[in-house]
Design a protein around this ligand. Structure first.
Ligand code: GLY
Ligand code: MN
Ligand code: MN
Length: 435
């Protein structure tokens, strides 16, 4: 992402905020895993979206129209001793020269400086409730101003939720964002392809996870975008299975849901295939049904369609297929109206995708499902999960869990599947695994 891109975003936000306003965004806090060990640090997505600044202990402040600079970055000072232990810091010079801040102030001085930036403002744009400690500090700064009221100091009268504006911006991906998402997608496709190639009966699920995550790192991804799911047999029917500890057996399907994060953007791919590389008749029947549902859903991704159209298309195909295969009884209409398909398909068909794997942005606008527009990116991920021991369905279907998930960009004329680089066709999967 270029500095111009970050600058363009700040400008766009400031235009929406208008005069007499200020926006405040704290960086993600450092979180302790145990004693001296920290969780891997990742900058807050909103903070990074506006700044590109990766360091903790920072606060971004935007003051549209401020004479001495509209973009103020509070951050850590250079500290030779600390930098020997923990690596370089941008410091104030770096905040200005490398990250485009108009002004940079030591984070330790924020209590003295920030109230002054709120003076004479009408509106404070801030996301309340994410970081309770920071909420408290902000209230403290406002209270300090209130105490000065008799001296003629003006306190902002309105607190406006910043995420509302920002998340609307984040929903529409720029060409630079799409480029990063394509790289995340390409890396993830390579990883899934490799998983198909190396999978063998007798391997542990975590060994397949290791193969995927090796490729993520090897190809330059910063990390996984979320905890990888590798579930074989009945584990494929546990939607958020992340133990990945079982031995994969001949005759079982394995479901992998894993994606890389590259330059702060996520990919999110699911593929399902037989551990031994050959689909049985039952596996093939369910797989083809999910694939048909996914194809029908993807065809609904284009400008002018509503958010819910892909989901409805998938449900229609799945409901009919479940009846045809004898998993459910009744008419398609009834199975959909009574939501009987939810026994085997209990989640929705997708979500927005971007810096967060379940990305920000409203799904409804004034009670209506939102219209799809160019630049939006979403997943399309129908599935079927038949838990073992379900006496209402034939045993041949037991313990088959299948999800097929791709990442799709809405374009001017339709859509582009960003994750087409890993196959989902049965014959191609079998050919890949036959090595
Ligand atoms: N990997 C999370 C999801 O598919 O929504
Ligand atoms: Mn997903
Ligand atoms: Mn997923």
């Amino acid at each position: 992402m270029t500095n111009q891109e970050f600058s363009r975003r700040r400008r766009q936000l400031m235009e929406m905020m208008g005069e007499k306003s200020v926006a405040i965004l704290p960086a993600a806090p450092i979180r302790i895993r145990n004693r001296d060990v920290e969780y891997d640090y990742r900058q807050d997505s909103d903070f990074y979206y506006l700044s590109g600044f990766p360091e903790p202990e920072s606060v971004l402040v935007l003051v549209p129209g401020r004479e001495h600079g509209e973009y103020i970055l509070f951050c850590r000072e250079n500290d030779r001793e600390k930098e020997i232990w923990n690596g370089p810091r941008a410091g104030h010079d770096g905040a200005v020269s490398r990250y485009g801040a108009d002004d940079s102030v030591p984070i330790d001085d924020i209590d003295d400086i920030l109230p002054g930036l709120l003076e004479d403002k009408e509106r404070v744009f801030y996301t309340m409730g994410n970081l309770l400690d920071f909420d408290q500090r902000l209230i403290g700064w406002v209270n300090r101003l209130r105490k000065g009221a008799r001296a003629g100091i003006h306190t902002p009268g309105e607190f406006v939720s910043l995420d509302h504006l920002l998340h609307e911006m984040r929903l529409y991906k720029s060409s630079q964002e799409i480029k990063a998402m394509k790289t995340a997608a390409d890396i993830s496709c390579l990883a899934h392809t490799r998983a198909m190639q190396v999978c063998r009966p007798g391997m542990k699920e975590f060994q397949l996870q290791a193969e995927l995550e090796y490729i993520f790192k090897h190809e330059g991804a910063s990390s996984s975008a979320y905890a990888s799911i590798v579930g074989s047999g009945h584990n494929a029917c546990i939607l958020h299975y992340v133990e990945n500890s079982a031995t994969m057996k001949k005759g079982d399907m394995v479901m992998i849901d894993a994606g890389a994060e590259f330059d702060y953007y996520a990919a999110d791919i699911s593929r399902s295939f037989p551990v031994n590389g050959k689909f049985s008749r039952a596996q093939r029947a369910l797989y083809e049904l999910v694939l048909d549902a996914q194809q029908a859903a993807i065809e609904e991704v284009k400008p002018g369609k509503h958010w819910n159209d892909p989901h409805n298309a998938a449900v229609k195909v799945l409901a009919k297929g479940m009846i045809d295969l004898g998993l459910l009884k009744g008419s398609v209409k009834n199975v959909i109206a009574k939501e009987k398909y939810r026994q085997f398909y209990m989640h929705r068909t997708g979500h927005w995708l971007g810096m967060d794997v379940h990305d920000v942005g409203d799904y409804k606008v004034e009670d209506e499902w939102r219209l799809l527009e160019p630049g939006m990116t979403l997943t399309v991920e129908p599935g079927i999960y038949v838990a073992g021991g379900n006496s209402k369905v034939a045993k041949k279907w037991w313990d088959i869990g299948i999800r097929i998930e791709d990442d799709v960009l809405v374009t001017k004329t339709g859509h582009e599947v960003l994750t087409a680089g890993v196959t989902k066709q049965i014959d191609e999967i079998e050919a890949l695994m036959d090595n």
